[in-house]
Ligand binder design. Sequence first.
Ligand code: CU
Length: 177
Amino acid sequence: MKNLKTLVSVVVAGSLLVACSPQNENPAPDNQEVDPDVEASADGLEFTDAVVREKGADQEMTGIFGELVNNSEEDVTIEGFTTSLGDAHYEIHEVVDGTMQKMSEPLVIAAGETRTLQPGGDHFMIMGYPEEIPAGETIDLTIELAEGDDVEVKDIPVRTMGAGDESYGEDGHLMGH
Ligand SMILES: [Cu+2]
């Protein structure tokens, strides 16, 4: 498992370097010596207060929550995401009339705006991952932007969170896609 995580991180870091463009050369506010990967995300999209809800081996899915902050002067469109968990089904969800579903519109964060991902609202969903995701662990998240740059968020803590804030589609129709 450790080796797999390391491999995934290296691959992601490599793609970030390729995606990094000369336009990201503004100095970061807190640290002048950040590497290009960090600078790319510091200038654009940040994911703060991020948390993953603990998942038992018997549970079908879980969510990632937090604040998506667009520090840039241009809108960003989130096309999707992956995590250091590796092979799983990742979807961006919204909650309509108390039931979550795949987001019907692209997730756009307007310039300077913040979008909250929370239970009962928009969230990143991890599906099709059969193993336990226990509290106390951390996972890395890679957010894929339509504009081309990926944003990597390291070491998101897994925590126990209150259950029952959203419907997991007990009639089963959510499991179909
Ligand atoms: Cu969901």
